[in-house]
Write a protein that binds this ligand. Structure first.
Ligand code: ATP
Length: 300
């Protein structure tokens, strides 16, 4: 029997290494992008409807487009087009991932909508077919589908799964207002005219494999951090507040403006989150863990 409603939960990500190469002729950049899924989630629910319709709830809902530019709508359209059907579906996004925060929230919704519509419509796409649609939707979308940890090469969409040997504790400080990912890359190009070819750092992959938070803290890097700080200098104060509160490492998450703080354990994360909230340097601070599973069907 065809399910009448399907709900999928999908995680945010942090980049533990984001190495950015020079701009390619097509405008994209080659990356060595070590993704780690974190346990902050959006929930995507799909229900049959007369036409494609998007609704959204959550603290950042007002910033989410409800037309066909929404990445979840584009995912449903692409899956439907591949199967010669109409995307007659109501997609509801319950959004907990910060919008335009460098945590791949839109990508998460796209992967969630894709998996949910595939189950709703019984289109039975294979994992390879789903990943192919994800890559067409955006560089971060394939990782949102698979979760866990992975090295992304190319423009980030070619994934190699990575082993993670333990639970890492993080705090994410959400800033007021977003940063446009293309604008951050443009600033990167301006600041880094001779970027070298990117490569994954063996010491970082070792730290993930052994679950060693101190070793991971020593190897976290983000080539977009200088560009994000240049566009939003106040992020330096947030980074300093988290470090002063005892975080093992502090960095901008992806293209920002969310900042990420790696902590030694759950208690330290709790303290860092409280100190960041009290510091007045961010809108909110959230403690969470990694790795987290990728897009997962909860009910159908
Ligand atoms: P990334 O980390 O992949 O660079 P991000 O987390 O910085 O992405 P998103 O939250 O994905 O940024 O949003 C970027 C822009 O995409 C938003 O400003 C919004 O206009 C648009 N957008 C399209 N679909 C969505 C969606 N489902 N949720 C949030 N934003 C969306």
């Amino acid at each position: 029997m065809t399910p009448r409603t399907v709900t999928v939960r999908v995680p945010a990500k942090v980049n533990t290494q984001l190495s950015v190469g020079p701009a390619r002729p097509d405008g994209f950049h080659d990356l060595a992008n070590v993704f780690l899924a974190v346990a902050l989630h959006d929930t995507v629910t799909v229900t049959p409807a007369d036409d494609l319709r998007i609704t959204c709830t959550g603290p950042d809902a007002a910033q989410v487009p409800l037309d066909r530019t929404n990445l979840a709508a584009r995912a449903a359209e692409l899956l439907a087009a591949r199967h010669g059907i109409e995307p007659r579906v109501h997609i509801h996004i319950d959004k907990d991932i910060p919008v335009a925060g460098g945590m791949a929230g839109g990508s998460a919704d796209a992967a969630g909508a894709l998996l949910a519509c595939d189950a709703l419509w019984g289109t039975g796409a294979s994992q390879v077919q789903l990943l192919d649609i994800c890559a067409e939707l955006g560089s971060d979308v394939p990782f949102s589908l698979v979760g866990g940890a992975a090295l992304g090469t190319g423009r980030g969409e070619k994934l190699t799964p990575l082993e993670v040997g333990g639970t890492f504790h993080w705090v994410f400080a959400v800033a007021d207002g977003g940063l446009s990912t293309p604008a951050v890359y443009r600033e990167f190009d301006r600041l880094t005219p001779d970027a070298p070819e990117p490569a994954a750092a063996p010491a970082l992959l070792d730290a993930l494999r052994t679950g060693d938070a101190k070793a991971l803290a020593a190897t976290l890097t983000n080539d977009l951090q200088a560009a994000a700080l240049s566009l939003r200098p106040s992020l330096a104060e947030t980074l300093a507040a988290g470090t002063a509160a005892g975080a093992l490492a502090a960095l901008v998450s992806g293209s920002g403006p969310t900042t990420a703080f790696l902590c030694a354990d759950a208690e330290a994360a709790h303290q860092v989150a409280a100190a960041l909230t009290a510091s007045g340097t961010c809108r909110a601070a959230r403690a969470t863990t990694s790795p987290a599973p990728g897009a997962t069907v909860l009910t159908d």
